[in-house]
Design a protein around this ligand. Structure first.
Ligand SMILES: Nc1ncnc2c1ncn2[C@@H]1O[C@H](COP(=O)(O)OP(=O)(O)OP(=O)(O)O)[C@@H](O)[C@H]1O
Ligand SMILES: [Mg+2]
Length: 250
């Protein structure tokens, strides 16, 4: 059984950054191999953790139907899809990454998705840790690419509106009736004290505690220089905050 960590939140809130820092932490603690799933159609997790971008699952799925006629003799569809999906895996030393890419287009049919779900279930089971960077719209979560999540991190910024949006996202995820063992609220890019309005909004939304990640100029620096966040030094204040959070929740 693998331990699945999923990161969700509205656009631009820091999901990919947090996913990158989680992968950095797991890797350094020897909690490997890790399967990193980029479930954002705007694929960029690979770059964040220093990987080349590969083919996406969406691209494989799109070409699958038209390639059905070329299935080698004696091979069934499941095996053929599995073979094709391996083209979407980018393999590293401790981390393999799979980018989901765009959701299905109008021509895509359900059996492919069912096969895909089976493939992901089997694939994920080969890794003790799976980390998923979700897109703001949570399309892949809502299609239940993985049914069971051990830790769900809902990220907000330091505004009351951000907290409200995080509450809405939590409610939406609840409606999906996925199996989520634990979910935690995270406030990212904290600078100084939080406004009291945040505390008020948190109470309204039923968030009774949060993990805070500070605004870290090193992250901006690495971002601008296109350096992978997995290379951030231990002194990074965001790295420290994520490490502390994970030591408590894992
Ligand atoms: N703690 C932080 N300190 C400094 N910069 C940060 C921090 N967290 C995120 N950022 C910066 O904020 C920007 C958005 O972050 P990120 O790409 O992780 O968000 P996202 O939620 O994945 O966005 P999207 O919804 O577009 O996928 C990036 O430029 C990133 O470097
Ligand atoms: Mg992102």
């Amino acid at each position: 059984m693998s331990f699945v960590i999923a990161v969700a939140g509205k656009g631009g809130i820091g999901k990919t950054t947090l996913t990158g820092l989680i992968i950095r932490n797991l890797r350094r603690r020897g909690k490997v191999p890790i399967l990193a799933v980029d479930a954002d159609s705007n694929v960029n997790l690979a770059e964040t953790i220093g990987f080349e971008e590969g083919k996406t699952v969406g691209a494989v799925r799109e070409s699958f139907s038209s390639e059905l006629s070329s299935i080698p003799y004696g091979m069934d569809k499941d095996t053929f899809l599995e073979l094709k999906l391996n083209e979407a895996m980018v393999e590293g030393k401790d981390v393999d990454i799979l980018a989901m890419g765009r959701g299905e287009g109008p021509g895509c049919y359900c059996p492919v998705n069912n096969m895909l779900r089976r493939f992901l279930d089997v694939l994920a089971n080969n890794y003790p840790f799976v980390v998923i960077d979700n897109e703001a719209g949570m399309e892949h979560l809502s299609r239940r690419i993985l049914q069971a999540i051990d830790v769900l991190l809902i990220v907000s910024d330091t505004t009351p509106k951000g907290v409200r949006t995080a509450g809405r996202i939590r409610d939406l995820i609840r409606e999906l009736q996925l199996s989520i063992k634990n979910s935690y609220f995270v406030i990212n890019r904290i600078q100084g004290e939080l406004e009291t309005t945040i505390q008020t909004e948190m109470e309204k939304q039923g968030f009774d505690s949060f993990y805070g990640i500070p605004m870290d100029s090193l992250i901006c620096e690495y971002d601008l220089a296109l350096k992978p966040l997995t290379d951030l030094p231990e002194e990074s204040i965001a790295v420290n905050a994520v490490n502390k959070m994970l030591s408590e929740i894992l």
